[in-house]
Design a protein. Structure first.
Length: 483
């Protein structure tokens, strides 16, 4: 306040010259600009800090929620009563529709229950399926209806309206799940004891014929431990057990794509309630492998084989008793075999001449020192056609085998890129290099440095992207080199 009064006195004083007043005004405006700019910058900085902290906290919360298997979903209330959680609303409406149809079709009573939803963060592995919700709806309805129950090992699986419907369901189930390779002459039977009995059955157990068939084949799901094998990917494991990758990760909180050999994870295995066994005498022809006679030749490089005269496979006529369950072979007992034609020997020359180091040997060494950061297979919804090896910037990239360089330059997505043709059907590719030490036409030996590790192209960090192709088809590099 004192400064402002002083400034006014100076401007109003007659002793102050025009030049001094002008200089004073310029200084005053400049100081006022700095004060306002400083205030605005301080306010802007504060907002940036608040926004940044909010963004980081939100990201960490989302990350923690995903790693622990939680997702955005809904708490479900039926007529105001909480019954559980779901990820989507669709299975709730499916259950309500199915329960309404069953109750009104089989008992002629009305069913008017309504669902409401409350947005919640829910644990994916503990959410309800449409079947779970439907069973909960039936729990509060004590309604017995006359019908025919289908029992497996004395356990009621479902009810249907008539004996004819029950017989059709069981006959159709046999046909669908005996297997495509089973002949018409095979004996088809159920593994478990199956009975159809007339009686009064709770409305919740009644099923339409097609739904009854599905119930027999898919209602048994049990969680078991799976030990990860070498070269496994989450996509391969999920596909093998009929699961999605998302469901697999939900069953294993904290699981990431960086899995390791020997690690144990939870998987769900489908175990049919009712199994179909077929027993058949099958007649077929079986090839007899031809023997191979190998002759050493010092004019041919080691690892190379030339066929002198081609072998011919023989043929046997075979009769065997084959037992299958759900179409999957369990045993095969051959009780009759007759040779129709004998095999013819194949003669081959095998090279013993020492191979030059700049040609492919057919075996591969590690192309770089470092840590395996990404495997071959499905990644981020698409195929990852190689492996990623993380290391230090500028470290040596080595030729995995001898051969000739057919590409050395910039490749879209891969940055500085090298392709080596090993002249034996194999190619190796090296991507994201910081710099290249070879050019097209260069002959390289196994273990020779060809580049320096970097992060060029579409890359999230310093690493080598390494691929192996055999006759133009991508191979899993971990079948050839170990990390």
């Amino acid at each position: 306040m004192l400064n402002r009064e002083k400034e006014e006195l100076i401007l109003e004083s007659e002793e102050t010259s025009v030049e001094e007043k002008k200089s004073f005004l310029d200084k005053f405006i400049n100081d006022e600009y700095k004060r306002q700019a400083g205030r605005l910058w301080k306010e802007f900085s504060y907002r940036i800090i608040v926004w940044s902290v909010t963004l980081i906290v939100s990201f960490l919360v989302c990350l923690a929620v995903n790693l622990l298997g939680y997702k955005m979903g809904f708490e479900v209330l039926i007529d105001g009563e909480v019954i559980g959680n779901v990820i989507e609303q669709k299975p709730v409406y499916q259950a309500l529709t199915s329960a309404k149809e069953n109750i009104e079709n089989f008992s002629y009573q009305t069913f008017n229950k309504e669902a409401t939803f409350v947005r919640r963060i829910v644990k994916a592995s503990e959410t309800l399926s449409a079947r779970d919700i439907e069973n909960i709806l039936y729990e509060n309805i004590d309604l017995m209806v006359e019908g025919y129950g289908i029992y497996v090992n004395d356990e009621l699986i479902c009810g249907v309206t008539s004996k004819d419907v029950a017989d059709w369901v069981l006959s159709e189930y046999k046909e669908r799940y005996r297997g495509k390779t089973v002949t018409d002459s095979a004996r088809i039977e159920f593994v478990e004891r199956v009975e159809v009995e007339k009686g009064y059955i709770n409305i919740g157990h009644f099923e339409l014929p097609e739904d009854a068939i599905k119930l027999f084949t898919g209602s048994g799901r049990q969680v078991k431990q799976y030990k990860i094998k070498r070269n496994d990917t989450l996509w391969d494991i999920a596909n093998a057990y009929g699961m999605s990758v998302e469901k697999l990760m939900a069953a294993n909180p904290g699981l990431t794509e960086n899995i390791r050999e020997g690690q144990s994870i939870n998987v769900e295995e489908i175990t049919p309630v009712l199994n179909v066994r077929s027993i058949a005498d099958e007649r077929y022809y079986e090839e007899i492998p031809f023997p191979v006679e190998r002759q050493e030749d010092d004019t041919i490089y080691k690892g190379t084989t030339k066929v002198v005269s081609r072998g011919v496979k023989g043929k046997d006529r075979v009769v065997a008793k084959v037992v299958r369950i759900n179409g999957v072979e369990q045993s095969r007992e051959v009780f009759e075999r007759e040779t129709i034609s004998e095999p013819v020997v194949q003669v081959e020359k095998v090279g013993t001449k020492k191979r030059p180091p700049t040609t492919g040997s057919g075996t591969f060494q590690r192309p770089a020192s470092g840590v395996l950061t990404s495997r071959y297979g499905r990644r981020w919804g698409r195929n990852h056609n190689g492996i990623d090896i993380g290391g230090s910037y500028g470290s040596a990239i080595l030729a995995a085998d001898g051969g000739v360089v057919t590409y050395a330059g910039w490749m879209s997505g891969y940055g500085n890129y090298v392709i080596i043709n090993h002249e034996n059907g194999y190619q190796t590719c090296y991507g994201h290099n910081a710099s290249l030490l070879v050019k097209v036409g260069s002959r390289v030996r196994k273990g020779q440095q060809i580049a320096r590790m970097g992060s060029t192209g579409r890359s999230t960090g310093v690493h080598l992207h390494f691929e192996i192709k055999k006759n133009g088809v991508y191979q899993n590099p971990l079948n050839y080199v170990s990390y």
